[in-house]
Design a protein around this ligand. Structure first.
Ligand code: PGA
Length: 263
């Protein structure tokens, strides 16, 4: 049985003080619900400035909560003004690094070439990339989206070996469903995830696609989370806005633990 993942990126939200407050409550929840959450992977990606504060609260707390970053540079050090080194993130105690989010690609013009270099740098530094992929618009025929996903995923994974796939989390996030009023339809999510698994089996051989951790993101809420988590080939949810409210995030974690029991 694979673990179910429940994660959130806070994007550019929450100060250090707000992060501390949230993390203290999260730590308490995780410690008091050890049995329920034992087969879940729960992660939170605060802003860079708040990562250390989050780590200080969760470190040695035996809470199982993992802290990550929302991006990093592809080089470990050097003349890259304003960038954040993956080596420094590792040194700080970071476990996960998100890469290729739609906002980075669209607003900050990140290319697949840059994303693939970041994925390789994160793996090299022994952290887990959360690689975001997704088509920009909902097409009239899903095949158009699947073809786009194929090219994007293979480009983004072009610098890694098949043995590294087990250390990568793929977040399927259709761009049109991010920050929207509703998540993508269930049958649409299922078809995309099934396609990605078949693609990875074909390209990397063996059962790489079946074993791959693939989660869904895009307007997940406490109302939509349960059905998305229950999709047979989906390994979890990646939440934006809804998880800024800790009560909602905890609600979704509890849902995941219930779904996990019957999955
Ligand atoms: P959202 O963000 O849940 O606010 O749509 C999701 C994401 O960008 O990963």
């Amino acid at each position: 049985m694979k673990n179910l993942y429940v994660g959130t990126s806070w994007k550019m939200n929450k100060t250090v003080a707000e992060t501390r407050e949230y993390m203290k409550k999260m730590k308490e929840f995780m410690q008091n619900n050890g049995e329920a959450i034992k087969d879940l992977d729960v992660f939170i990606l605060p802003t860079f400035l708040a990562i250390d504060a989050a780590l200080q609260i969760t470190r040695n707390a035996n809470s199982g909560l993992k802290i990550g970053a929302q991006d990093c540079c592809w080089e470990d050090f050097g003349p890259f003004t304003g960038e954040v080194s993956p080596m420094h993130l590792k040194d700080l105690g970071v476990s996960y690094v998100e890469v290729g989010h739609a906002e980075r690609r669209e607003i900050f013009k990140e290319t697949d070439e840059m994303v693939s270099k970041k994925v390789a740098a994160i793996v090299k530094n022994k952290m887990k990339p959360i690689l975001c992929i997704g088509e920009e618009e909902k097409p009239s025929q899903i095949d158009i989206a699947l073809n786009f996903l194929k090219n994007q995923l293979l480009d983004d994974l072009s610098r890694i070996e098949s043995a590294d796939l087990k250390n990568i989390i793929i977040a399927y996030e259709p761009v049109w469903a991010i920050g929207a009023t509703a998540s993508a339809p269930l049958d649409y999510i299922k078809e995309a995830i099934d396609f990605l698994r078949a693609l990875l089996n074909k390209e990397f051989g063996g059962r790489h696609g079946d074993d791959q951790v693939i989660i869904y993101g895009g307007s997940v809420t406490p109302e939509s989370a349960k059905d998305i988590l229950a999709l047979p080939d989906n390994d979890g949810i990646f939440v934006g806005r809804s998880a800024l409210n800790i009560d909602y995030f905890i609600k979704m974690i509890i849902m995941a633990s219930e779904v996990q029991k019957v999955k």
